[in-house]
Design a binder for this molecule. Sequence first.
Ligand code: COA
Length: 570
Amino acid sequence: MRILLLTHAFNSLAQRLFIELRERGHDVTVELDINDAVTHEAIELAAPDLVIAPFLKRAIAEAVWRQVPCFIVHPGIRGDRGPSSLDWALLDAEPVWGVTVLQAEAEMDAGPVWASCEFPMRDAAKSSIYRDEVTAAAVAAVLEAVDRFTQGSFTPQRIGPAEGVRGRARPAMLQADRAIDWSSDTTARVLTKIRSGDGNPGVRDQMFDRTVHLYNAKPAAGLNGPPGAVLARSGPAIARATIDGAVWIGHLREPAGEHPFKLPATHVLAGEVAGLAAVPVDAAAGFGEIAYREAGAVGLLHFDFYNGAMGTEASRRLLAAYRMATERPTKVIVLLGGTEFWSNGMDLNLIEASRSPADESWANINALDDLAEAIVRTRSHLTVAAVSGNAGAGGVFLARTADLVWLRDGVVLNPHYKDMGNLFGSELWTYLLPRRAGAAAARNVTEARLPIGGAEAVALGLADDSIAVATRSDFTRAVIARAEALAAEPGWSLRIVGKARLRDADEAEKSLALYRAEELEQMRRNFYGFDPSYHVARSNFVRKVAKSRTPVTIARHRDRRCRFPRRIAS
Ligand code: COA
């Protein structure tokens, strides 16, 4: 089928559907929902059999849904309606939630249902549930709906206020609905409220007479004080007292501030919290970003940076933790990354907020390159990158520095940099990608700028395996079992010798230092050169400036080279 994905943004869910539908042989193209005229033009050019809307912020125009069947992916259970479905599900502590695929009609979210899928809720931020459970349920429901549509015999059911339908229409959630009352809310309630709005829009609050939105919250064990008081700081986070304990708040956004995008709380309130007691970030009582533990002969290194953004300090701290891991008498080191993202490369928000974004970009990419080099040069251990969350740009290549890359099935990788204002990229990608994928495929990957799934990543050599498991913890368990088996293999020593030989041969052909220097030469131009594209793209990215047109890399119907097959008139 010819499928047009009409979406407000090409976000992780839209990317996953793009991958899954293409893998099933459909011709898929994408148009961002910019205005009605552009959508009409897209319908004319793409001539789709079906429009699928994974993420919209407004209703589809009547002329469109009358012309082509349009499936809306709604992140709510059957009967649920409204723009804040997931926010309400979290705030109301729904034990089970779901995704419904319904056909667009005049009334939003009220059309007949083609498929739905439910899942148990997890105690996590909204964006985490969206990227994990919602995305998996949406893929299942969309594929079922598409199958039913193709077969032609299915009649979608209209949902009335029938018995057994739990969903209902809910209004847009307002800040007042999740406002924190520090004088009466428990730690659990504060966390629920913050998580219901994390990633967007965040819970609005007052701190030191400044209006800020709160994100990235965790319980702060062992701390307490007068409710509402700011008690301590730890890495990016500040601790604030509740009536029965305290919470760490990792990130803030100050809409009226000089930098109106998400930043570490200790950055936004630097002056106000300078005198507070500082708890080391990775200590047991700290906010906790990097953690190391061992399972037999396997060292497990977790690094959980908000949104996968790895700033200069974070990258240096991770390098120190990695070096420490290599000094342990283990045989395999598993780089577990974060729970939400494995890594998305440099921290673009911190760069944007720095005094000299060019200097900070330079420091950040060098810190990441130091880490990449340390992993590639490791001779004492076999290294595994276990990728449970999505990864983008430098984060993908940082994973590929490991000897083995194991993906959780369903992970989406964006192994390219150019969408960030033609950024050249570093992290030794010019060594790693062609070596694994071959020169021609490497060129395709960088030029196509498309998201890829597990199957394609394995075929390209960007990963070695994609592991199908039900949950994140199943993935971690499976990874540990495999890593322990690797460490116990009689061939472990041979593998270590083999990898050292390979590295020596590669080094003799062209040194890592030269790859790095060549990449950095290009990056220097991106950061300090005449062309400001990277700085403009980064500013737009962190400020979430909406795109004014759909990139032709995904709007295949707009590609003059006709990569989207033209419809032959019958
Ligand atoms: N620095 C800071 N924040 C980042 C980030 C980075 N490198 N990468 C992603 N984020 C943030 C996004 O701003 C977004 O923030 P939000 O919570 O306020 O919404 C969140 O992480 C999720 O990212 P989003 O873009 O919504 O996810 P996606 O699945 O649609 O797209 C990527 C994933 C990786 C394609 C996209 O985030 C991206 O292009 N990131 C930048 C990668 C990059 O250029 N890194 C620098 C070069 S190494």
